[in-house]
Design a binder for this molecule. Structure first.
Ligand code: HEM
Length: 425
C-alpha cells in the first residue's frame, strides 16, 4: 500500500474536530454547503478521536456530492470496506472492535456476498410483508401508551425508540427481559462520542462495555437456539452453513451487534427527526393527514432524506484512481457524507425544503447503492409507515419542543425531544 502524500495541504474548513461534530446539524450543513459549492472533493486532517488517538493517522478525502457518493458506493472493487483496510468508520477503531461489531459492513467480496446471503432472505419485501401485521399491532400499542401520557414527555424514549427495538428483537428472537439492556448497549455503540454516554468514563470503556453486553447476550441466545431451535433469525444463524462450515460464535455475535445497532438506532432517529419536521412544517403534516394512504410512500423517502440518520461511512482505495479528475492514491481513505449528498442542490430541487410530495427522491440515506446498500430498508420503511399511521390518525395534535442532538460523526441523533399531546399540558 502506498502512503499519503505528505505535502498535500489540509482543507481550511474543519470537518474533523469533535467540536465540529458537537454542533447542531443545521450549522454543520453550512460547512458542507460550502464544500459542495467550492470543493466537492477535499482533503482533510484525520478525525479527532479519543478512541484510538494516533498522531500519524492519515487524512481523508471528503466526498460530499450526491453523484460522487453513488459512484464510490457502487465501485466496491476500487473502494473497499474490509477490516484489513481499517473498516468503514471515519475514525480508526481497534481491530478487535471492528471484528466483534461490524460483520458484513466491514467486509469485501467474496466473503461479504456469501455472508450477506445468509441473512438477506429475512429482509426481503415479501418477508417483511409477512410480519407487517405484527409491526402495525406493536405501533398501535406504543401509541396506546402515548395516548395515556399527560404533560410533556420525551418522544424518543416514549415512542421512537420502542418500535425498532421491538421489531429487531422479535426477528432475532431476543427474550423480553433482555430487550432494554440490549437496546441501551446498542445505543452506547454509537454514542461513545457524546458526553451523556461517556460521563466520567472514557469512550473506549463505553464502547467495550456495550460490546461485551451484546456479545454475552448473543452467546446465551445462540446456545439456547442450538439446544432448541425456534422460528427466528438466531436459529437461522446457528444453522447456516457457509462453504460447508457453520458460522463461529464470534461471527454470529458480530452479526448480532450489527443488526442490533443498525436495526435500533437508524429507524428511531428517523422517527424523531420526522415528528420534529412535521411539527415545523404544519402544511406538510396536513397534506399527509388528509391523504395518508396515497402520500405515505413518497413521504417516507423524504423522511429518510431529511433525517439522514447515518452521517458517514469510509472506504479505502484499493488502487490508484480518480474522483472528479483528482488522483486518489491506493491506500487513501475516502469518506462519504450522506447528509451532504441528501442536501446536494444538483440532485434535488430545493434540497433544504422538507417536501413530502417530491416525485423524484434519489436520496442516499440507505447508502449510495451497490453491494452494501442497507439490508433493512424495507423493514425500516414498514416501521415508519405503521408508526406514523397511528400517530397521525390518533394523536395528530402534538407540540414538539427543542431537540437535544447527539454529538459525533456517525449517527445524526436526537437524544431527547420533548413533546406534549394537544390539550394535556
Ligand atoms: C431509516 C433506517 C435506516 C437507515 C437510514 C439505514 C442506513 C444504512 C446505511 C447508510 C448503510 C450502509 C450502506 C452502504 O454502505 O452502501 C446500511 C447498511 C446496513 N443496514 Fe441499514 N439503515 C436503516 C435501517 C436498518 C434496519 C432496520 C436494519 C435491520 C436490522 C438495517 C440493517 C443494515 C445492515 C445489515 C447493513 C449492512 C449491509 C452490508 O454491509 O451489506 N438497517 N444501512
Amino acid at each position: 500500500m502506498t502512503t499519503t502524500e505528505p505535502t498535500r495541504e489540509y482543507d481550511p474548513l474543519d470537518i474533523s474536530s469533535q467540536e465540529f461534530w458537537a454542533k447542531p446539524p443545521a450549522e454543520r450543513e453550512e460547512t458542507f454547503a460550502e464544500l459542495r459549492r467550492e470543493r466537492p472533493l477535499s482533503w482533510h486532517r484525520p478525525a479527532e478521536t479519543d478512541l484510538l488517538p494516533d498522531p500519524d493517522a492519515p487524512g481523508f478525502w471528503a466526498v460530499v456530492a450526491h453523484a460522487d457518493i453513488q459512484a464510490v458506493s457502487r465501485d466496491a472493487d476500487t473502494f473497499a470496506s474490509g477490516q484489513e483496510y481499517g473498516g468503514v468508520m471515519l475514525e480508526d477503531a481497534p481491530e478487535d472492535v471492528l471484528e466483534a461489531a461490524h460483520s458484513i459492513l466491514a467486509m469485501d467480496a467474496p466473503r461479504h456476498n456469501t455472508l450477506r446471503k445468509v441473512i438477506s432472505s429475512v429482509f426481503t419485501p415479501r418477508r417483511v410483508r409477512q410480519i407487517e401485521d405484527q409491526i402495525a399491532d406493536q405501533a398501535r400499542r406504543i401509541v396506546d401508551d402515548f395516548e395515556q401520557t399527560t404533560g410533556t414527555v420525551d418522544f424518543v424514549s416514549t415512542v421512537s425508540a420502542r418500535l425498532p427495538m421491538w421489531t429487531i428483537s422479535e426477528m432475532i428472537g431476543i427474550p423480553d427481559e433482555k430487550r432494554t439492556e440490549i437496546a441501551d448497549a446498542a445505543g452506547a455503540m454509537v454514542g461513545w462520542n457524546d458526553p451523556d454516554f461517556i460521563g466520567d468514563g472514557d469512550p473506549m470503556a463505553v464502547l467495550l462495555n456495550g460490546l461485551m453486553t451484546l456479545h454475552t447476550a448473543c452467546f446465551e441466545l445462540s446456545a439456547a437456539r442450538r439446544e432448541e431451535p425456534a422460528n427466528d433469525l438466531m436459529t437461522a444463524l446457528v444453522q447456516a452453513e457457509v462453504d460447508g462450515d457453520t458460522l463461529t460464535d464470534e461471527e454470529i455475535a458480530a452479526f448480532f451487534v450489527l443488526l442490533c445497532v443498525a436495526g435500533n438506532d437508524t429507524t428511531r432517529q428517523t422517527a424523531s427527526h420526522t415528528i420534529l419536521a412535521l411539527d415545523r412544517h404544519p402544511e406538510q403534516k396536513q397534506l399527509l393527514i388528509d391523504e395518508f394512504d396515497s402520500r405515505i410512500k413518497p413521504a417516507i423517502e423524504e423522511f429518510v432524506r431529511w433525517a439522514s440518520p447515518v452521517l458517514t461511512f469510509r472506504r479505502t482505495a484499493t488502487r490508484d484512481t480518480e474522483i472528479r479528475g483528482q488522483r486518489i492514491a491506493e491506500g487513501e481513505r475516502v469518506v462519504m457524507f450522506y447528509h451532504s449528498g441528501n442536501r446536494d442542490e444538483t440532485a434535488f430541487d430545493d434540497p433544504h425544503t422538507f417536501d413530502i410530495t417530491r416525485t423524484e427522491n434519489p436520496h442516499v440515506g440507505f447508502g449510495g447503492g451497490g453491494v452494501h446498500f442497507c439490508l433493512g430498508s424495507h423493514l425500516a420503511k414498514t416501521q415508519l409507515r405503521c408508526l406514523f399511521h397511528e400517530l397521525l390518525t390518533r394523536t395528530p395534535d402534538i407540540d414538539v419542543g427543542e431537540p437535544e442532538f447527539l454529538s459525533g460523526n456517525f449517527i445524526n441523533g436526537i437524544k431527547r425531544l420533548p413533546v406534549t399531546r394537544g390539550g394535556t399540558s
